[in-house]
Structures are given as C-alpha cells and as structure tokens.
Ligand binder design. Structure first.
Ligand code: ADP
Ligand code: ZN
Length: 309
C-alpha cells in the first residue's frame, strides 16, 4: 500500500457516472457505475455509494470530479462547480461541487471530463511528462482537454475543441452531407461523433464496416482539427480516445491525413518520421477519466495544504 491518501473519484458522464475510491492508478480499491438519470437521483446514488465505500475502505481525504459540460471552473464565480448550459435535459444549472463538499466535508477538485483525462494521461499514461498535451474524445460528442505549462488549461470558459470549424467534406457520399451540430454548420462534432456518424451515414457507427468510405471522411475531418490544434498550441503529443476511436483503422488514417494537410510546413519530427508517437490512443484506456478524477482530488488536497500553511 502506498502512502498516498485515499481519494474518491467521480467521472460524471451524460450516460453514466463512474465512481471509485483509491490512492492511485495501481490502487483503485472499488468502482461503481451509476446510470445518469435525473440530477437528484443520480447524485443521491453517488453519495450513497461513496458513504458505503468510506465505511468499507476508510475515510477519503478529498473528492475529484471530472464532468461533462459545459461547466463553470471559475472559483470566483457564484456558479463555480456547476454544470451550466448543457443540452442534456434536466441537467442545466446543476451544482455538483457544493453538494459533495457539504455531504463529505473534504476538499473537492473539479474540472471537465477531458481535462481530467489529459491530466491522468500526463501523470500515468500515454503522455507522461509531455507538455503541452491534448486529449480528445470522440464518442457521444467530441471534447478535448489541454495541459500547458504543467496546468490544465482554463480561460474565459475552457477549451471546446469539439466545435472547431473544419472545411465541409468534398464530394461526400453520406446520405445527409451537412454537419449535424445544431449550433454550427461545419464543426468537428457535427461530422465525427457517434450520433453524427449515424445520422449522416444512416448506420450506427459501430456497425459500419472497416472499409466503408465514411472512415476516410471522418479521418479527414479529424486531421483538419488536429492540424489547427498543432498550429495553435504546438502540442508534443495528441491522445485520441472515446468509443468511435476504437475503430483500429482510424488513427493510422488520421496520421497520414494530418501530414498531408500540413504539407511539410512544420519541420518537426512529430509530424514526420515520429508521427506514430505524436497521434496515439490513451495509455490508460477507458480508465483515463476515472483516474483523472482521482488526480483532481489529489490536486484539491494539495491546494488546501498550500493555503493552510
Ligand atoms: P461517451 O461519449 O458517452 O462517454 P463513448 O466514448 O463510448 O461514450 O461513445 C459512445 C459513442 O461511440 C456512441 O455513439 C457509439 O455509437 C460510438 N461507438 C462506440 N463504440 C464504437 C466503435 N467500436 N466504433 C465506432 N463507434 C463506436
Ligand atoms: Zn458545433
């Protein structure tokens, strides 16, 4: 057993909440999946499970939450710790942090699910010590977390990489050629998230055959987004996760198209002979979100120690 403190971790997703208790990536003592229903019902189930986990494993020193969003990350804001304008019915303006803090009386770390994932990949996964680091998930939506100068990137809000604008695919063979995002005509999410793929091609993403023309187009859209990110943030590595990225043909296709779009403009090995180490799958697999939440709990505990001393 390590001497790290026990932390409770919550990966808050639109479909499911995954909770865990542990000390680090090799010491997760228990986990639980809870379906996302209404905020009250879901958060009550989470709190009940955390109380049980505490009774069975001992008290935890902090809680970390990586949440679907958009979320309010500004500690000076009245709605800090809230899920804010989400399209998910019933979840707009939901306070996560105060509820857990009041219930368990420990520091609570809070960030987006994708910032949590980039943090765990930076500490323990496929991006160990590499900075800037980007983690993108392509699943029910598209989201991205960014770590720069050892810190998770926040700003006026937080990065919303899923809505980067990309050129509309040319000569698309899709049934519905237009992007499916209700907000933007031609953004990444409107073409490549699972529901957009299903709407555009008329078939569920996980049932499209490996050699279907959809994958070339999806890779092309992704490569445009990665080109923009490479040009603006100069990342040392980009990690691609989420359900859609489980298609094994996608990452090699994206690597090739990224190099072709950049057209030898950037003279760096990462977009040349080392491309296989530049665009990679998550090192922690599906655990990056939960372990990221655990890392956020650790940070909250450290921050409290710093303020007190
Ligand atoms: P979430 O984004 O809700 O956390 P996932 O990352 O698992 O969850 O993404 C779910 C989406 O990914 C669904 O739209 C599903 O159709 C799609 N998906 C899941 N597995 C695959 C797969 N192997 N190939 C293509 N698409 C997939
Ligand atoms: Zn959009």
């Amino acid at each position: 057993m390590s001497d790290h403190p026990l932390i409770a971790a919550i990966e808050a997703g639109g479909t499911k909440f995954v909770c865990g208790i542990g000390r680090g990536p090799h010491e997760v003592l228990a986990t639980q999946r809870i379906d996302t229903t209404t905020p009250d019902e879901t958060l009550e189930s989470v709190c009940r499970w955390l109380s049980k986990a505490k009774a069975e494993n001992g008290p935890f020193a902090a809680i970390g939450i990586g949440s679907f969003g958009p979320v309010d990350l500004n500690p000076l804001s009245e709605t800090y710790g809230y899920i804010t304008s989400t399209p998910k019915p019933g979840w707009q303006h939901t306070d996560l942090v105060t509820r857990l803090k009041n219930r368990f009386k420990v520091p609570v770390g809070f960030d987006t699910d994708v910032n949590a994932a980039v943090l765990s990949e930076y500490l323990w996964g496929a991006g160990k010590g590499l900075d800037p680091l980007i983690y993108i998930t392509v699943g029910t939506g598209v989201g991205g977390g960014v770590l720069v100068n050892g810190q998770l990137l926040h700003g006026a809000l937080h990065p919303e990489i899923g809505h980067l604008v990309v050129p509309p695919p040319v000569n698309s063979l899709a049934i519905h050629r237009e992007g499916q995002c209700p907000f933007h005509k031609s953004c990444v999410e409107g073409y490549v998230c699972g529901p957009s793929i299903a709407k555009r091609w008329g078939v569920r993403a996980d049932t499209l055959p490996l050699d279907h023309p959809a994958w070339e187009e999806i890779a092309d859209v992704m490569a445009h987004a990665l080109m923009n990110l490479t040009l603006t943030l100069s990342p040392r590595r980009i990690i691609l996760g989420g359900g859609v990225m489980e298609q094994p043909q996608l990452i090699p296709l994206i690597r090739g198209k990224l190099m072709s779009h950049l057209n030898n403009y950037l003279l760096m090995p990462e977009v040349g002979r080392e491309i296989d180490h530049f665009i990679v799958p998550p090192g922690l697999g599906v655990r990056s979100g939960l372990l990221g939440a655990l890392a956020l709990g650790r940070l909250a505990l450290d921050a409290q120690g710093t303020t007190k001393s």
